[in-house]
Design a protein around this ligand. Structure first.
Ligand code: BG6
Ligand code: MG
Length: 230
C-alpha cells in the first residue's frame, strides 16, 4: 500500500486560535483608533503576521514608519503569546486527536503546513507535537498561501510525492495552495468560502475512519471526487 501524507493547517483546523489573534489585533487596532470587527478578523485567516498588520492599517488609512510597524508587530505577538501560554490539550478541536491516532495506526505520515511562526510552541502547549513527522511553518517559507510552497515543502520533508498528500485547511488561500500542489484538499469550515476544496466538512469531528480509508485509497484528486459522488 502507498504511504500517504496527511498535512494539517494549524490555526482553525487543530486549534481555534483565531479568537486569540482577534483579541491581540483588536487591542492593536483600537490603540491606533481603528475599529476592528470579527468579520475583518475572518479576512486575516491564513494571512501572515506582516500582511495582517498591513491590512489593518489599510482599513484605518494609517501609515506607520518602519520602526513603528516593527514595534507594533512585536507587541501584537507578545499579547498573542500571553494567550498561547495558557493553552493546554483541552483546546484541541474535536475530532483531531482521533484522526491523528487512526492515521498513525495505519502507518501513514502526518505533517503540519502553517503560516504561523508560533506553530511549534502551540503544538507543544496542546501536547500534539510528537504526532507530527514534519513541521513546516512561517519560519520555513518565503511565499505565503495561496502559493503551494508550504505544502510542497511538507511533502518533501515527508519524502512523499505531492499527489500522495492530503491537506486539511480552513482558509480559502490554503485550499488554493493545496490545489496548486495537486493535493487532495479538505476544507474545514464554511462551504461558502471553501468551495474550491475537493470536500468541505464543518469541522474535524466529521472525519471518521471510513473517510480516512477513502482518502488513503484514492490515488488522485479526481479519483477522490468520484468516490465522493458514490
Ligand atoms: C495563520 C493564521 O495560521 O498564521 C493567521 O490563520 C496568522 O491569522 C498567521 O496571522 C501568522 O501567525 P503568527 O503566529 O506567526 O503571528
Ligand atoms: Mg488556518
Amino acid at each position: 500500500m502507498t504511504t500517504k501524507g496527511f498535512i494539517f493547517d494549524l490555526d482553525g483546523v487543530i486549534v481555534d486560535t483565531a479568537k486569540y489573534h482577534f483579541m491581540a489585533w483588536n487591542d492593536l487596532a483600537n490603540s491606533l483608533g481603528i475599529a476592528f470587527s470579527e468579520a475583518q478578523n475572518e479576512q486575516l485567516k491564513g494571512v501572515s503576521r506582516v500582511d495582517s498588520l498591513k491590512k489593518i492599517l489599510d482599513w484605518g488609512n494609517i501609515t506607520l514608519t518602519d520602526q513603528e510597524f516593527a514595534s507594533r508587530m512585536t507587541s501584537k505577538n507578545q499579547e498573542y503569546l500571553s494567550y498561547i501560554e495558557q493553552m493546554n490539550e483541552s483546546e484541541i478541536l474535536p475530532g483531531v486527536l482521533n484522526a491523528l491516532l487512526y492515521i498513525q495506526s495505519k502507518g501513514h505520515l502526518i505533517g503540519l503546513g502553517s503560516a504561523s511562526k508560533n506553530a511549534r510552541l502551540i503544538l507543544e502547549k496542546v501536547g500534539l507535537i510528537s504526532h507530527f513527522d514534519c513541521i513546516i511553518d512561517g519560519t520555513d517559507v518565503t511565499r505565503a498561501k495561496p502559493d503551494p510552497e508550504v505544502f510542497l515543502k511538507a511533502a518533501g520533508a515527508l519524502r512523499l510525492n505531492p499527489d500522495h498528500c492530503i491537506v486539511f485547511e480552513d482558509a480559502a488561500a490554503g485550499i488554493q495552495a493545496a490545489n496548486a500542489a495537486n493535493m487532495i484538499s479538505i476544507g474545514i469550515g464554511n462551504e461558502e468560502f471553501l468551495f474550491e476544496a475537493d470536500l468541505v466538512l464543518s469541522g474535524m469531528k466529521e472525519i471518521d475512519e471510513s473517510m480516512i480509508d477513502t482518502l488513503v485509497w484514492s490515488n488522485s484528486k479526481s479519483e477522490f471526487k468520484k468516490h465522493k459522488q458514490l
